[in-house]
Design a protein around this ligand. Structure first.
Ligand code: HEM
Length: 127
């Protein structure tokens, strides 16, 4: 995250571009045409959660409180899975040759920890 920020700046909009391209129905869930302020706040929250999960400050069990709200807003399982992918895809593509196998492994590990808990919550919601 730090290297991306130094080399390219804020990845937020690039991640949403990937996410909305893969999920054309998702943008209108933020309100017709999207809502840049909620989108930005959400991504800041996502980055905060990922950093806290990565350094162990946050117990994965406490990292999915927001899922039930999202299910009630009709965010689909496909969209959840897609967001995890879009985030790491953007960091990998943005870093280009600076990306290395250790980063790939670290990202996969943190995202898997988060996704495992999120998926249990989605199962509980029957979606
Ligand atoms: C596609 C439709 C989606 C909509 C409309 C939506 C909407 C929102 C909104 C309005 C917030 C609260 C932002 C704030 O004011 O603080 C939020 C937070 C959040 N969203 Fe989404 N979201 C969507 C998809 C997703 C997906 C696919 C993920 C998957 C990772 C996600 C993860 C989060 C997280 C982790 C937060 C909590 C951030 C925090 O409070 O720290 N959202 N979302």
């Amino acid at each position: 995250m730090e290297i991306y920020d130094e080399e390219l700046g804020d990845p937020t909009m690039a991640i949403y571009q990937r996410f909305f391209a893969a999920n054309p129905d998702a943008e209108d869930l933020f309100g017709e045409g999207g809502d840049i302020y909620s989108e930005r706040r959400m991504m800041t929250g996502i980055f905060g959660l990922l950093l806290d999960l990565a350094d162990g400050t946050l117990d994965p069990e406490s990292s999915a409180w927001w899922v039930n709200d999202h299910v009630s807003w009709e965010v689909t399982r496909t969209m959840f899975e897609s967001m995890f992918t879009c985030i790491v895809d953007e960091f990998r593509a943005g870093l280009g040759e600076s990306w290395d196998p250790q980063m790939e492994a670290d990202w996969a590990e943190v995202l898997a920890r988060w996704a495992t808990v999120v998926r249990v919550r989605l199962d509980d919601n029957g979606i």
